[in-house]
Design a protein around this ligand. Structure first.
Ligand SMILES: Nc1nc2c(c(=O)[nH]1)N[C@H]1C(S)=C(S)[C@@H](COP(=O)(O)O)O[C@H]1N2
Ligand SMILES: [Mo]
Length: 317
């Protein structure tokens, strides 16, 4: 997700598919030093008991199956994109600074009646379930995660959008005192993402509150994030504080940084390369193995119909 132009010495031309991986390796090397410096991850040690912990593990919904092993939790939480806490993949200890209880979510825009709801109250109004989903980052790596959460449709129904609403717009918290990268004011903070209402109410769209049978680790976007597994990972916004309904298509964080590379739809398609690398295959996180990438990340049976007749749209970037 680096928007700077690649310099000639950084990567041999013939290896262009590996560009994001190249950047990532460099970031991991830098991050390793930082972790060693903090020694015992004091934030983890001091973490207060999570008031929603008793809701886990939730029953698995056996409808959603994987074609590959679950990514081990340690591989997942040591390789993350959470740019609010820095541009390396080693942000787990930095993310521990995020206070996630109490946490309030504001619901507004084109709804019958705007409201705010405490995260703890929200999870009590839904039934949590576990789903095994693949996740395909636009940087050409992927993982398989046991998420816990509830269908996004339940949140949309709670919000009671007006007939004029066409999009759901979500925002991440904004607090530069907690998230150091948010001091960089030339970035379009807070992180913003959006879906059409049809996408948000599709069976697959999942609001995530936990993973690996526990409340969500902070680095994965606690206490509440999105999972849209047929889209590139940047659509799956973390640590959501606002859900707004709008007539106007929102411009997301990455789209406003580099619209030629990151669009609104961002549906996975191996045949449409990113302007700087191929999307034909993906590195399976933690294994060093590669697999061919699938159209809609393998979820076409659920979502392909959403895009019928949208020929003028850039559906795959
Ligand atoms: N607020 C916020 N949400 C975010 C991001 C981010 O930097 N900030 N990164 C996105 C990207 S690019 C990916 S691949 C996934 C990564 O989720 P993970 O760290 O749980 O693997 O989160 C997405 N959601
Ligand atoms: Mo990503």
């Amino acid at each position: 997700m680096f928007v700077k132009k690649r310099r000639g010495w950084e990567l041999p031309e013939q290896d262009a598919t590996a560009e994001p991986l190249f950047f990532n390796r460099r970031a991991v090397m830098a991050g390793t030093g930082a972790i060693a410096g903090t020694a015992f991850l004091p934030g983890l040690a001091r973490a207060a008991a999570d008031p929603t912990a008793s809701l886990y593990p939730a029953a698995r919904n056996s409808h959603y199956t994987l074609d590959r092993p679950i990514t081990p939790e340690a591989d997942n939480t040591n390789y993350n994109n959470f740019y609010e806490f820095g541009f390396s993949k080693r942000v787990a200890s930095a993310a521990e600074a995020l206070p996630t209880h109490p946490w309030t979510i504001k619901v507004d825009g084109l709804v019958e009646k705007p409201f705010e709801i405490a995260f703890e109250d929200l999870v009590k109004r839904v039934t949590l379930e576990e789903r095994l989903y693949r996740h395909r980052c636009v940087e050409a790596w992927s993982m398989a995660v046991p998420w816990t959460g509830f269908p996004m449709r339940a949140l949309v129904e709670m919000a009671k959008p007006l007939g004029s609403a066409k999009y759901v717009v979500m925002k991440t918290f904004l607090d530069p005192k907690i998230a150091p990268a948010q001091k960089q004011t030339w970035y379009p903070w807070p992180y913003t993402e959006g879906l059409t209402i049809a996408e948000a109410t599709n069976d697959l769209a999942f609001i995530v509150t936990g993973a690996y049978g526990k409340p969500l680790p902070k680095v994965m976007g606690a206490p509440i994030r999105l999972a849209t597994p047929w889209k590139y990972g940047f659509k799956s916004i973390k640590s959501i504080v606002a859900v707004s309904f709008s007539e106007k298509r929102p411009v997301s964080y990455w789209e406003s940084l580099q619209s030629s590379e990151y669009g609104f739809w961002a549906n996975v398609n191996p045949e449409v390369p990113h302007p700087r690398w191929s999307q034909a295959r993906e590195e399976i996180l933690g294994t060093g193995d590669y697999r061919p990438t699938l159209i809609y990340n393998g979820y076409g049976e659920y979502v392909a119909d959403l895009y019928k007749g949208m020929d003028g749209e850039k559906l795959f970037m």
